[in-house]
Design a protein. Sequence first.
Length: 367
Amino acid sequence: MRLVISREALIKPLQLVAGVVERRQTLPVLSNILLVAEGDQLSLTGTDLEVELVGRVQLDEPAEAGSVTVPARKLMDICKSLADDARIELELSGQKMMIKSGRSRFSLSTLPAHEFPNVEDSPETFELQLPQSALRRLIEQTGFSMAQQDVRYYLNGMLLEVKDGELRSVATDGHRLATSVSGVDTDAGSQQQIIVPRKGILELARLLQGGDESVKLVIGANHIRANVGDFTFTSKLVDGKFPDYQRVIPRNGDKELLGDRQELRQVFSRIAILSNEKYRGVRLTLNDGYLQVMANNPEQEEAEETVAVDYQGGHLEIGFNVNYLLDVLSILNSDVVRFTLLDSNSSALIQGQDEPEALYVVMPMRM
């Protein structure tokens, strides 16, 4: 196996594919990426047995065909350290991968390609296409609410639901919920619900560009596959039942607060400085025309600020984890944000005034 490639052509696919590879592995081969040279194409594959990413690069000149696995991080670090306009020669010599560029020489250990695992395929059951920008926006608007290492394993991922010509993303960690929706072309009556694991969602988001180019999603019994340009992404699905998110969304709030999103974000950020570092609680006191935000901590330090808002609903006091509020205000684009509330024990519904497709639910805290 021998090939010549420019650093510029290799670096982006190498970084994306190496991103899938976990630093700590039980199997040595999982620290490697699979290189396959054939004709004028080089393919790179990385996997952690849950997520697999294959990137393809066109070569300027045909390669000597062959396949081998090499350490992902070391190959990436070597390529990153070379000059931007460098040309890189890769040649398999016995058990070593020789890397040459200018006056630099590197020799990497390898493992045979046949030891590299494949993410098993499952029969295709459903497929749809949508713009990359739409799928990326769905992930951005909801991904921050995914749980991390929750014992309820089905929360450590994102629900993707196809129904009534719409693709909906839903994520929750049990304390807050985010959901957003985008129109898609599907057969009438098509319905599908899958849970994509957290890592799969994060890697897919890295792949997606913001443009109108389409991404094709193929859903199988146990897998989802996305074809994005020169990359093929595959992830196992989480086998579990996602909570009924519709029951979580509050429908009976009778108090509405409208405020300037940036101003509220700045107020919450300032007050958060003196909140309890463990629980991050802030108290919101609402009266006609204004909102008072307060926080204190075990060191008896206190912060308080009052901001003018559009609110006529009578006196209300309610506590929240300030990080959850800041996450929502950071992801919204609307200038004006709407909080719909019922009482101090009920969840708040938060929306951007110009973003009806996205809904955020935050549970209150006892303060």
